[in-house]
Design a protein around this ligand. Sequence first.
Ligand SMILES: [Fe+2]
Length: 211
Amino acid sequence: MLLLTLNGLLKMFLVPIESFHIPDWEKWKPRILSELKGGSTLATISSSGRTSFDDMESDFYDNNKRGVLPDYYYVVKEALEPILDEFQEDYPIPLRIINMWYQATRSGKMHGVHNHGPIGVSAVMYVDFDPTIHKPTTFYSPFPDYINGEVQEFTPEVKEGDIVFFPSFVHHCQDPNESDKQRVVVSMNFAGKGQGMLREPEPLTISRGPV
Ligand SMILES: [Fe+2]
C-alpha cells in the first residue's frame, strides 16, 4: 500500500493518456494502408429496426473468429518499434500486443461508446486522418466530476501518424464521420497482467522468383 503524507491538494487517482508521433510516417502510411483489406461492416439492426452504434468497416470480428492477429500486425509493429520502446518505460509489465484491428468510416459511419476490456492498455493509431475534416477519439472519465456529478469528456488533439495510448477500461467513441473522405484507424490492445492473446500470423514470405 502506498502511504503518502497529505499536505495540501493531492490527486488521489489519475487516468493516464500518452501520445507519440510515428517517425518516418510518410514511409509507413502507404505500406499500412495497402494491407488493410477485407473485414465486414459491423453495423447490426435490431428487431425494432434500430441500427447499432457500431457502424464501420472493420476486420475485428474476422480476426477474433480466426483467433489470429491480422497480417499487417508485423508492419505496424515495425513502424511502432521506437515508440513501443519509449512507452515501455511508462508501462510496468512487458508490452505484448494481444489484439489488433482496423476500422474505416465515411458517410455518417461511427463507433459508439465502448471500452476495450477491464485490464491492460490500448492504443489508437491515426492512419488516414484529415484533422480539418475528421474528429479524434473522444474519451469519457470513468468517474463523475465530484462537484457537479457530470461525466467529463476529453478529446486529444491528434494528427495523422499519431498514436494515443490509454487504459483499456476507459470508455470512448468516434463521432460520425459525415464526410465522404475516409477516416482510418488501427487499434490494438496490450496485455494486462496475466492476459492471453490472439496467435501471431504466419510471417509473410517474399517470392524472389528464379535466380
Ligand atoms: Fe475503441
